[in-house]
Design a binder for this molecule. Structure first.
Ligand code: ZN
Length: 515
């Protein structure tokens, strides 16, 4: 059975814990997905990327992973938004769910094995609520409109507060019952929200209604992963009350099955211009707004540059021409470009000749081979250490730098031994680079595809077309042919102002647009 030395910071015990799977060689991971009432923002992207790296790493270690990420398609916010738009709530949430899936896929996130929706798990939710009523952890109350709601009795669960480290007595101070609520205790929360016949809901033993928010994750994780699955992930903002309530529901209904999840992994906030990003603050940047301006891979690189538990500062800068830029993303963009250029160079060198090996490696080359050999264990060790992606990225940067150095060396040196060894070493370095970036979900496109994608985006950003640049280059060639060097230089400067870099070689002129 594949073993892993992974250790994760577990929010429940507030300690680094070894990852000891329920079943050897397997892993069950549940991630709280979005409530799909609007387009996704970068906070959602971060919450999806963290379990994605976890799943990639575990799979690369040989574990069989079942990854479940839910979609909340039944919610009061969805109902409100849909009624404002005169749309069916499930039609609106289905539309938003597709946009979310497209967005996170663009961020390089692998498709979860299951993406359960609340609307497709109503029977599971109802039977879990019935179980809680049977255990006297929940109670039914009549609502003023004639419907019935079901609430969870928080005081029936003695260890309530263990995840968020809150005490029931402290919670009691701030808690109150809203005028429209029928719960017995201010601490209690809704499992089933009754509604009149004309309202949006499903039939249940208590009449028509909709599930409360928290019950869905207890029901869907049990359905797809069983009790006591391995890792539960989500944003730090979900610790209380959402995850606290999930624990109370699952452990309250099935006390004999032990803990609901074995490890709790929570990612930090995304702060935009120093403020916590939340839709309520109105300063959120949607993935789509960002996507229009930036390649998603650089955003992924940017997000991975900070340890998942720390906050990410997403600071923008307004330029004199009114454009808004994100300096952190620009830096990530240069780094991703560099990685793609490196892999393309290494592959070209590797394919330049048949790789051969010498029985003894000259010392000047042995260092490169050692670097290639050690990159994978070093990245594994970094990820095993509570998914330390910044350290993993630094190993990748070191490897890429060495790869470029080696390509330079092979181009420069006319040494017979180096030339004979170059394809072999280049292929080792290229393979190491692919193996380590795979774990982070980077370099997933073919270099040519990435280049085409980013070039097209950069042209569009500056309102340019490839044809316009080709036209300028043609004029420059004509000017040079006519020995009008002042004109040729002026055109080159004009292109430079557009961030277009021109390369002249014996075979012709090529160009690329820089970030
Ligand atoms: Zn959840």
């Amino acid at each position: 059975m594949p073993e892993t030395s992974l250790r994760l910071f577990d929010s429940l015990t507030a300690q680094i814990q070894p990852f000891l799977p329920r079943t050897s060689g397997e892993a069950g991971v549940y991630c709280c997905g979005p409530t799909v009432y609007d387009v996704a923002h970068v906070g959602h992207a971060r919450a999806a990327i963290v379990p994605d790296v976890l799943v990639r790493h575990l799979r690369a270690e040989g574990l069989r992973v079942k990854y479940v990420r839910n979609i909340t398609d039944v919610d009061d916010k969805i109902m409100k938004r849909a009624s404002e738009a005169g749309e069916d709530p499930l039609a609106l949430s289905a539309r938003m769910a597709v946009l979310y899936q497209e967005d996170v896929r663009a961020f390089g996130c692998t498709q979860p094995d299951v993406e359960p929706k609340v609307s497709e798990h109503i029977p599971d939710i109802i039977s879990l609520i019935e179980k809680l009523i049977e255990k006297e952890s929940a109670y039914v109350v009549a609502d003023p409109d004639g419907s019935n709601s079901v609430y969870y009795a928080v005081r029936s669960f003695p260890s309530y507060g263990k995840l968020s480290k809150r005490k029931v007595e402290e919670l009691q101070v701030g808690a109150r019952i809203e005028a429209n609520e029928t719960k017995r205790d201010p601490l209690d929360f809704a499992l089933w929200k009754g509604c009149p016949e004309a309202g949006w809901g499903w039939p249940s033993p208590w009449g028509k209604g909709r599930p409360g928010w928290h019950i869905e994750c207890s029901a869907m994780s049990a359905r797809h992963l069983g009790h006591g699955f391995d890792v539960h992930t989500g944003g730090m903002d979900l610790v209380f009350p959402h995850h606290e309530n999930e624990i109370a529901q699952s452990e309250g209904a099935f006390p004999a099955d032990g803990s609901f999840a074995r490890l709790w992994v929570h990612n930090g906030f995304v702060n935009i211009d120093k403020e916590k990003m939340a839709k309520s603050l109105g300063n959120f940047v949607t993935i789509r707004q960002v996507y229009e301006r930036n390649d998603p891979e650089r955003r992924r690189y940017f997000l991975l540059g900070v340890h998942y538990r720390g906050p990410i500062a997403f600071d923008s800068e307004k330029l004199d021409d009114g454009r808004v830029i994100f300096p952190g993303i620009l830096e990530a963009e240069r780094r991703v470009d560099y990685l793609y250029q490196t892999i393309a160079r290494l592959r070209a060198l590797a394919e330049s000749d048949k790789p051969g090996t010498l029985s003894t490696m000259p010392p000047s080359l042995a260092a490169y081979q050692t670097l290639a050999n050690e990159a994978v264990p070093r990245v594994r060790a970094a990820l095993d250490d509570d998914l330390n992606t910044p350290v993993a990225l630094s190993v990748i940067a070191e490897l890429a730098k060495a790869g470029n150095e080696f390509c330079d060396l092979a181009q420069r040196k006319k040494d017979a031994v180096i030339l004979r060894q170059a394809p072999y070493i280049a292929s080792r370095l290229a393979k190491a680079l692919v193996d380590v970036t795979e774990r982070l979900g980077l370099l997933q496109a073919m270099p040519a595809v990435y280049t085409a994608r980013t070039q097209a985006q950069r042209l569009a950003m500056r309102g340019l077309t490839a044809a316009a640049i080709e036209q300028k280059l043609q004029e420059r060639t004509q000017a040079r042919a006519a020995k009008d060097f002042a004109r040729a230089d002026a055109i080159r400067n004009e292109l430079g102002a557009w961030n277009v870099e021109v390369f002249d070689s014996t075979v012709g002129t090529t160009w690329r647009i820089l970030a």
